[in-house]
Design a binder for this molecule. Structure first.
Ligand SMILES: C[C@@]1(CC(=O)O)c2cc3[nH]c(cc4nc(cc5[nH]c(cc(n2)[C@H]1CCC(=O)O)[C@@](C)(CC(=O)O)[C@@H]5CCC(=O)O)C(CC(=O)O)=C4CCC(=O)O)c(CCC(=O)O)c3CC(=O)O
Ligand SMILES: NC(=O)C1=CN([C@@H]2O[C@H](COP(=O)(O)OP(=O)(O)OC[C@H]3O[C@@H](n4cnc5c(N)ncnc54)[C@H](O)[C@@H]3O)[C@@H](O)[C@H]2O)C=CC1
Length: 192
């Protein structure tokens, strides 16, 4: 069976500068999911024109909008880039420039031109689940996201908080703490 070899990481987007090239539907969709998961992300968009809803989102999440066509100078200081224009040549140019400057790049909806994929994301307090289908079916990623949003209880964060508090009260060496944490959470994985 084919398998997903991507390695998920949880980025501190408030420490990183992200550039989105484009201001249309796709750029707005990527910005919507990015800010939904990471409202404190540092994001800049560059495009000759932006949708009204994109401008509203930008105001809400303190996103910088640059009204201009893409130029490589806009990559300066950026760590990650998402290209989402409707001009394939521009998207490929962004990809090539990012390669030259060692930036991580995602050409939205174009898997061969992605160093990383955006995933389906479920957030419940401190708990976050990211879903990828290895680029094979974004719709499945969306449906799984909706499924987990539904089935994971809101109070999962209470459990994380309580276990964090309990962990602080534990004395002993590392191994004893691990044993105690495992013992108290054993029920979670026991088959009924
Ligand atoms: C590879 C990837 C690269 C990337 O963009 O990062 C990619 C690629 C493509 N998307 C396409 C289209 C659609 N994308 C969505 C939705 C989402 N797409 C997302 C991620 C990814 N999309 C990455 C892989 C993720 C993984 O590994 O599973 C999500 C999860 C996250 C996000 O966008 O932030 C977000 C759901 C968020 C949520 O709801 O939680 C929908 C569904 C809808 O809108 O209802 C459609 C229309 C239905 C359809 O066409 O399938 C096309 C075809 C374009 C064409 O036909 O030209 C391609 C290209 C191709 O597949 O070749
Ligand atoms: N809209 C959709 O749901 C989907 C779109 N696509 C493809 O994704 C691409 C983008 O789609 P949309 O966002 O819907 O297009 P769009 O037409 O809504 O937006 C394109 C954006 O790119 C900007 N742009 C054009 N040239 C630029 C440049 N040189 N520098 C910076 N920005 C530039 C435009 O100003 C505009 O804001 C298209 O190629 C489309 O075929 C693929 C799948 C689904």
């Amino acid at each position: 069976m084919e398998r997903n070899n991507l390695y998920p990481i949880f980025l501190k987007t408030s420490n990183l500068q992200i550039l989105i090239v484009g201001g249309g539907n796709v750029a707005e969709e990527k910005l919507t999911f990015l800010t939904k998961s990471s409202p404190d992300a540092k994001v800049t968009l560059v495009a000759p024109m932006f949708r009204k809803a994109t401008k509203d989102l930008a105001r809400k999440f303190d996103v910088e909008l640059i009204t201009d066509s893409y130029h490589a100078k806009y990559l300066m200081g950026k760590h990650m880039v998402i290209a989402a224009t409707n001009v394939p040549e521009v998207n490929i140019q962004v990809y090539n420039d990012c390669r030259s400057f060692d930036k991580l790049v995602n050409v939205a909806d174009n898997p061969p031109y992605c160093d990383f994929y955006m995933g389906g994301i479920v957030t419940k307090g401190n708990v976050k689940i990211a879903i990828s289908t290895n680029g094979k079916s974004p719709t499945t990623a969306k449906r799984l996201r909706q499924f987990f949003e539904e089935v994971i209880p809101e109070d999962i964060n209470k459990m994380v908080h309580n276990l964090n508090e309990y962990r602080k009260t534990l004395k002993g060496d590392f191994e004893q703490k691990v044993d105690k944490m495992n013992a108290i959470t054993q029920k979670l994985v026991e088959k009924i």
